[in-house]
Design a protein around this ligand. Structure first.
Ligand SMILES: *Cc1c(COP(=O)(O)O)cnc(C)c1O
Length: 356
């Protein structure tokens, strides 16, 4: 039986992505060769790279003057590349979780870092508001979706300095205004492809402003100048990403994905809010993620948590255990998750409530 995959990352991919990637691994477009064994400089792979970058631009409506890079090293290497390329004297960071805090930690190697606000005091259960960003910051860094805690910044904010966003776990979940950002990055393994490829969307004109020398591979300009082919790119992961993006297009683009995501998250939060035993740990409804839905058992049922996870497991649900730093339950309901799996989870929660 195919499982309902609620894993936080690497996570569910559409059956379309998996089927077409598998076909290309066996035989790429009847070429008699696998996508794993052709040159990245072949015309076949160049077409894959070009289409993937173009689909990024089409789906996200990326304005001209931006480059789409497909790199390696994960979002975690971007924690270092961003300040390496952009931090001359000072950067501002919003601390909304452990990924955000790891990003700020790397930036400290390159200059002054001001953490403008943090929700660490409540294990990151909310998105701080009303903070002041120092006007002399070279950029302001945010993590739009806090994968571990289930909070999300769902609107593109206006700030007077360059805005940099880690969108590892909510890219492609909604239409967005890329023009408000100077740089957006993320690992692919949540809403795009298997692990191994990292996307960067960067406004070209922000580069070349820092005075420090930058190692070739860590310099965004290298990858812009070479079309993400300075060295061998992660070919298979990019091939899979292309199929995911084709599938998003077929589904009606990001407006359609967003509508479905809101519907899925709505069904699940309604169940949590109406439940006698489950409750949300995210107080402000506006802060609740539509990608990672976290919840806990009410105090009097706390000891039943392991039983619930085992019960859900017996009904074909996988990956529901909350991150070790927060506990509880986390249902990651990325773009590829069908509404039927969310409905199955809600039925499981109701059945558990009734059997108590
Ligand atoms: C998963 C995740 C990361 C880490 O990504 P890697 O590719 O493993 O480095 C960083 N930020 C966020 C928001 C994530 O969800």
């Amino acid at each position: 039986m195919k499982k309902h995959n609620f894993s936080a990352g690497p996570s569910i991919l559409s059956p379309y992505t998996i089927k077409h990637t598998a076909e290309g691994i066996l035989d790429l477009d009847q070429s008699g060769l696998s996508v794993m064994e052709i040159s990245h400089r072949s015309k076949e792979f160049i077409a894959i790279m070009d289409e993937t970058q173009q689909l990024f631009k089409d789906l996200l409506d990326i304005p001209s003057g931006y480059s789409v890079l497909l790199l390696q090293g994960g979002a975690s290497l971007q924690f270092c590349m961003v300040p390496y390329n952009l931090l001359q004297t000072k950067a501002a960071y919003l601390d909304t979780g452990s990924w955000a805090s790891k990003a700020a930690k790397e930036a400290k190697l390159f200059g002054e870092v001001e953490v403008v606000a943090s929700s660490k005091d409540t294990t990151y259960s909310y998105i701080p508001k009303g903070y002041v960003i120092p006007s002399d910051a070279d950029y302001f860094h945010i993590t739009t979706n806090n994968t571990i805690y289930g909070t999300e910044i769902k609107e593109d904010m206006d700030v007077p300095m360059h805005l940099v966003a880690d969108m590892s776990s909510d890219i492609f979940s909604r239409p967005m205004d890329v023009s408000k950002y100077a740089l957006i990055y993320g690992g692919a393994q949540k809403n795009l492809a298997p692990a191994g490829v990292t996307f960067v969307i960067v406004k070209d004109e922000i580069l070349g402003k820092v005075t420090r020398p930058i190692p070739t591979m860590l310099n965004y300009q290298t990858h812009i100048d070479n079309g993400s082919m300075f060295n061998t790119p992660p070919c298979v992961a990019i091939y899979a990403a292309m199929h995911t993006l084709r599938w998003y297009m077929d589904q009606g683009g990001l407006a359609a994905m967003h509508k479905l995501n809101l519907e899925k998250a709505g069904i699940l939060y309604d169940e949590i809010d109406g439940s006698p035993i489950f409750t949300s740990n995210i107080g402000d409804v506006n802060d609740r993620s539509i990608m990672n839905v976290t919840f806990v058992m009410k105090e009097e049922y706390k000891e039943k948590e392991a039983d619930f996870l085992a019960f859900a497991g017996s009904r074909g649900m996988s990956g529901l255990k909350g991150h070790r730093s927060v506990g509880g339950v986390r249902a990651s309901i990325y773009n590829a998750m069908p509404i039927s799996s969310v409905e199955a989870l809600v039925e499981t929660m109701k059945a558990f409530e009734q059997n108590l």
